[in-house]
Design a protein. Structure first.
Length: 327
């Protein structure tokens, strides 16, 4: 169950009064504030940004950015922005390995499902990039700290790219990143030719259960690259299902399976994986019979949730099918 992170009214009020006092002092005197001040250029434009939780005014180009879900961490790095605060990664803590070149040393502000509001407030950010499915209950608290914008679902990485580009005044860079991705998916399909469509399932094993992912992050990229999904796996409104028993294994039947394991309880996860994949119903799956079960990384196929992870997933597809990248 999600816990609603709390922050005291007194604390927020003091932060807001401090911010208001600094702003008023600068404007009335006409002088620049002290070196620690984060005053904005008055000439910069104030923009109204539409997002999942309403509209938010963004002043100029935000410099101090806090990102509160994995896809926003990834996207900020892709846009060559180092946030002042990010949420901790689900695995490979505190930051996914593929993001460390860009975000190593960036301060973390708690977990995605329960960020530390007091720590965020102390950073005095210009903007907070959040997610409705994760932060709807604390949206007002976040907005009291700084202008806050949200996407709907954490796996909707193209929406994250579009919103982040707009908020950070990097729309052209965001468009270029998406265009480059689309060029790669088109090239992949051209090289695959008549081999496509291939019916693909995405399975996932955890410490205490198994899952099948439908569209979500990886599913949307498989769709972009010309793959088909088994009947019932095409629901764009559902991330997928938890398998209640091994009798549900046939729901993963497909020509090919991509599997990633999730969590930090390595030993228990391996036990679950061995238990399920040794079951006779698993052995009867078409992909298993044809040796077409491919192990992939959770961080890039699910958890990363941004444009950089999407391109790393494409790297895996190019490698799996032995296709050379376009020069």
């Amino acid at each position: 169950m999600k816990k609603k992170a709390g922050i005291s009214t007194v604390f927020l009020a003091s932060m807001l009064l401090t911010a208001c006092g600094t702003g008023g002092e600068s404007s009335s005197s006409g002088e620049e504030g002290n070196g620690g001040s984060s005053s904005k250029e008055e000439s910069e434009e104030t923009r109204t940004v539409d997002h999942e939780m309403g509209t938010t005014e963004i002043e100029g180009t935000p410099e101090k950015v806090v990102t509160l879900y994995q896809g926003a961490n990834d996207t900020a790095a892709a846009l060559d922005v180092e946030p002042v605060g990010i949420v901790e990664s689900w695995t490979q803590q505190p930051i996914y390995k593929y993001l460390r070149d860009d975000l190593e040393g960036t301060e973390t502000v708690g977990e995605e499902i329960q960020p530390n509001l007091e720590k965020i407030a102390e950073m005095d950010p210009d903007v907070i990039i959040a997610n409705k499915s994760r932060h709807e209950d604390i949206y007002d608290d976040l907005s009291a700290i700084a202008p806050t914008v949200t996407t709907d679902q954490v796996y909707e990485w193209k929406d994250t790219l579009e919103l982040t580009g707009e908020v950070l005044n990097k729309e052209q860079e965001a468009d270029e990143l998406l265009s480059d991705y689309e060029a790669r998916t088109e090239h992949f399909q051209e090289e695959m030719g008549d081999e496509l469509p291939i019916e693909v399932a995405i399975t996932n094993f955890r410490a205490d259960h198994a899952r099948i992912f439908y569209m979500g992050f990886a599913g949307s990229i498989l769709q972009d690259t010309g793959f088909d999904r088994p009947e019932g796996h095409e629901d764009t409104d559902e991330w997928g299902i938890k398998l209640s028993s091994k009798e549900s294994i046939p729901e993963a039947d497909a020509e090919m399976i991509f599997n990633f394991n999730s969590g930090t309880e390595t030993e228990q996860i391996e036990e679950t994986y061995e238990e399920w994949t040794s079951h006779p119903l698993w052995q009867e799956l078409e992909a298993v019979e044809n040796d077409e079960v491919h192990m992939v990384e959770e961080e890039t196929w699910n958890a990363g949730g941004g444009i950089m992870a999407a391109n790393l997933m494409l790297d895996d597809l190019y490698e799996t099918f032995d296709i050379e990248e376009e020069k």
